[in-house]
Ligand binder design. Structure first.
Ligand SMILES: [Zn+2]
Ligand SMILES: [Zn+2]
Length: 209
């Protein structure tokens, strides 16, 4: 098909030979790169909803929040002390702190794990906001610390199945707790900055046609 178009173009005497070649290059470029953009990264069943599934999604979210401890904290139906809350996120202290200061920042929406996030503006902004809240709280509450860490446990090694950003002002307490936050590639602790790189929307493809 492409070659046929190329030949048709090349046979037109009005066009210089370079025009046909340019056209072929552009076609090849588009056909080569388009499939990548047409296949978004694998998304969770819960979040990958069309307008039809919205009711179903809502049902699942309600069911999840009823049994999810972090959803209960986000809805402020527990006695947990809330360090920060806004329309998108809630922050509180980790129930068993591993460092001088150890906070969790969670989205109000029930998102199970980092695997449920996609490369798109919505998810990139959410994680950016979670990180900013975590940084703000640690800089406020542990200004004497020189080392901070922010990141996520990846399934299956995560604890609670509601996305939560661990915010640590080091050192670890006790020291051995550092093992919980080892970066072990796709299994270990994922630094927030690394996750943001994965979620950052790609610049649009500019076609010269
Ligand atoms: Zn939840
Ligand atoms: Zn965790």
């Amino acid at each position: 098909n492409l070659i046929l178009k190329f030949l048709q173009l090349s046979n037109q005497p009005k066009l210089p030979p370079t025009a046909g070649f340019l056209y072929l290059s552009v076609c090849l470029y588009i056909s080569f790169f388009t499939p990548i953009y047409n296949n978004p990264p694998q998304a969770s069943v819960i979040r990958n909803f069309g307008p039809k599934k919205k009711g179903k999604k809502l049902e699942m979210a309600v069911a999840a929040s009823a049994s999810c401890i972090f959803c209960q904290i986000a809805s402020k139906s527990t006695s947990t002390t809330i360090l920060h809350s806004d329309e998108k996120v809630v922050a509180f202290e980790d129930i068993s702190p591993s460092a001088v200061r150890h906070y969790l920042v969670i989205p109000v929406e029930h998102i199970p794990t980092v695997k449920d996030l996609q490369r798109r503006t919505e998810d990139f902004s959410l994680v950016t906001h979670m990180l900013e809240v975590g940084q703000m709280l640690l800089h406020r509450d542990a200004p004497q610390c020189t080392h901070y860490r922010f990141g996520f446990h990846q399934p299956p090694l995560n604890s609670v199945n509601h996305l939560h950003l661990h915010c640590l002002a080091l050192p670890y307490t006790p020291r051995w707790k550092c093992v919980k936050f080892l970066s072990l590639g796709s299994l270990g602790f994922l630094e927030a900055e690394k996750l943001l790189e994965k979620l950052k929307p790609l610049p649009p493809v500019i076609s010269k046609v």
